[in-house]
Write a protein that binds this ligand. Structure first.
Ligand code: NAD
Ligand code: 0WE
Length: 259
């Protein structure tokens, strides 16, 4: 008996086996959910398909979330084999590398728009396309980061995009609540994924994290996966519009305790 027996899920954002999206997919599957995947085309055959196959998934569709056509096609394909969607996972973000270091004040109009489009607007677009498939009890979730609310060095335009994403979670929750659909975000502590590799200052940030967080440990994709099961399941049936911190308590600290 799993918490998600008989449910299906569509997970956007797997790049490889270090991806938070993969940690979530594994955890949903372990509780009995059937999981479909969507990722950017270039990753599908080499990276995503083998992972999908390993948990018995056959639905694997390419999608660049900047394209309305791509989004429409993924949900049209979903509709060919499914009459509903119980769990929608949005675990993707992008900003130009040059906008993730140096001064935020230097952010270009173009770079600002790109980060907002891929990292925030895409949740609205995916939620709208998913809507015909959503039922009372369906759950939408996205991934955010502390840099949305406090300044984190170098996170820059992504912090602004995550602030827009978190506000979008609240507005979507208000819109979809009357249909019994819940919308929440997980604010995860730093994890060494593809998106975190090669980031200026990430090593420093990651290094100090386990000395400051109350639980004194780094966060894993399995930690995020277990909390995602809660948000996907009826255990969180009265929870919507929330930001759930999966950060070992890091965000509650003001002046860190020494030792
Ligand atoms: P990741 O690199 O494994 O995943 C990011 C995904 O975004 C990739 O699969 C990439 O293909 C996808 N993506 C980028 N542009 C896209 C586009 N135009 N269309 C479709 N997909 C696109 O890294 P991750 O750390 O697992 O990131 C997943 C989510 O978690 C992101 O929203 C990220 O901001 C968030 N997050 C990450 C951390 C961390 O420390 N790693 C912490 C908190 C939140
Ligand atoms: O949301 C993120 C990272 C998102 C991300 C990562 C990249 C790297 C490669 C978005 N766009 C790109 N573009 C690229 O070209 N995180 C929460 C991880 C992260 O990123 C940071 C962090 C943390 C934590 C950037 C600076 C400082 C801290």
């Amino acid at each position: 008996m799993g918490l998600l027996d008989g449910r299906n899920a569509l997970v956007f954002g797997v790049a490889n086996d270090h991806s938070i999206a993969w940690g979530i997919a594994k955890a949903l599957h372990a509780e009995g959910a059937e999981v479909g995947f969507s990722s950017v085309e270039s990753l599908i055959e080499r990276r995503v398909r083998p992972l999908a196959t390993s948990i018995g998934s056959t639905f694997v569709e390419p999608c660049d979330v900047q394209s309305d056509e791509d989004i429409d096609r993924v949900f049209a394909r979903w509709g060919e084999s499914h009459d509903r969607l119980d769990i929608l996972v949005h675990a993707l973000a992008f900003a130009k590398r040059e906008d993730l270091s140096g001064s935020f004040v230097e952010t270009s109009r173009d770079g600002f728009g790109l980060a907002m489009d891929v990292s925030a607007y895409s949740l609205v677009a995916l939620s709208r396309s998913a809507r015909p498939f959503l039922r009372p009890g369906s759950s939408i979730m996205t991934l955010t980061y502390y840099g949305a609310e406090k300044v984190v060095a170098n996170y820059n335009v992504m912090g602004v995009a995550k602030a827009a994403l978190e506000a979008s979670v609240r507005y979507l929750a208000a819109d979809l609540g009357r249909e019994g659909v819940r919308v929440n975000a997980i604010s995860a502590g730093p994890i060494r994924t593809l998106a975190a590799s090669g980031i200026a200052g990430f090593k420093q940030l990651y290094g100090g994290f386990d000395e400051i967080a109350p639980l004194r440990t780094n966060i894993t994709i399995e930690d995020v996966g277990r909390s995602a099961v809660y948000l996907a399941s009826d255990l969180s049936g009265a929870v919507t519009g929330e930001i759930l911190y999966v950060d070992g308590g890091f965000n509650v600290m003001g002046v860190p305790t020494s030792g």
